[in-house]
Write a protein that binds this ligand. Sequence first.
Ligand code: AMP
Length: 356
Amino acid sequence: MSQEMIPPGGVIGILGGGQLGRMTALAAANLGYRAHIFAPERDSPAADVAWRFTCADYSDVSALKSFAGTVDSVTVEFENVPEGALTLLAELKPARPNSLSLATAQDRLNEKNYLESVGFKAAPFLPVNGPEDIVSALENFGSPVVVKTRRFGYDGKGQVKLSEPKEAKDAWVELGCSPSIAEGFIDFVREISVITARDIGGNIVSYPAVENRHENHILRQTIAPAPDLGKLAAEAEDLAANAIAGLDMVGLLAIEMFVTRENNLIVNEMAPRPHNSGHWTMDFAATSQFEQLVRCAMGLPLGSTEVLCPAEMQNILGDEVHDWHQLLADPKTHLHLYGKNEARKGRKMGHWNRAI
Ligand code: AMP
């Protein structure tokens, strides 16, 4: 057994208490590990299925130190965990992913520069520190442009699309006058993503690229694998492997891309954690993305990413969760609910997987 391998019975520390942490904790339990969740929200879906829960702020140094004392390695289920929290923990226990991966993914400007440096093409972009930069983007990239805050954006939040220089000031105010980036608008034909995993020995495996369909900026459906991708399938996987290796990270890296009319890949963003577009793996891949993360975090060998059967995943949003009995009535539907009490509009309450 490798020195760095943490045998079953050990504890995985997870920063973040959402559904991704919940499914990681469940996968850890399946392999005989226990999970300790650290999250500031009392109401954390992951805490319901975990061995321990520390409810504290990410800036609470003494809570972080006590947490570190109880775990064998640390991972994240949420990329906006302050980098300082992971850096502190990394001095005490293996951090998988490392804080460089987290810092790179947290800032859209760093993220785009990094992804270009490993071979991806990105939409043309420039940093925005005031409305005049948005006007420059319109002049340089043509209309429309998409302006996104550098930090804390998700599911289309912190994002504005505009076409005219006269809209620049309002867009800047709408984004809270926060440092942002402006991107040229990509007239894509489809959106895909790849999830890649890297173990402590530097071995890399990827799940095949999948196709994602969004509604109101929120993922609605994933088709796995993405049909008829041709040469782009291998290209996306190779680039994702470059990206995870370049960060020297251990864990999962999800990368979202657009496919253009000319059949080129344009990278959008990355996340060093399990990803919504990988939920199909729970029922239709040889190893689920959550088990894969546990394997990485605990220093185990990577699992097979073989597709058992092509599949569809759909998110269950807001009130749709009340239809659980209809979904269960179909014996071919694999239902996964996150145990969230409040079914707010657009909130991810669960998902289902089906063979196609
Ligand atoms: P993001 O928050 O960067 O993941 O963007 C959310 C969604 O907005 C993406 O999944 C796309 O559907 C759309 N989007 C983001 N950036 C662009 C772009 N540069 N051109 C066209 N659509 C975009």
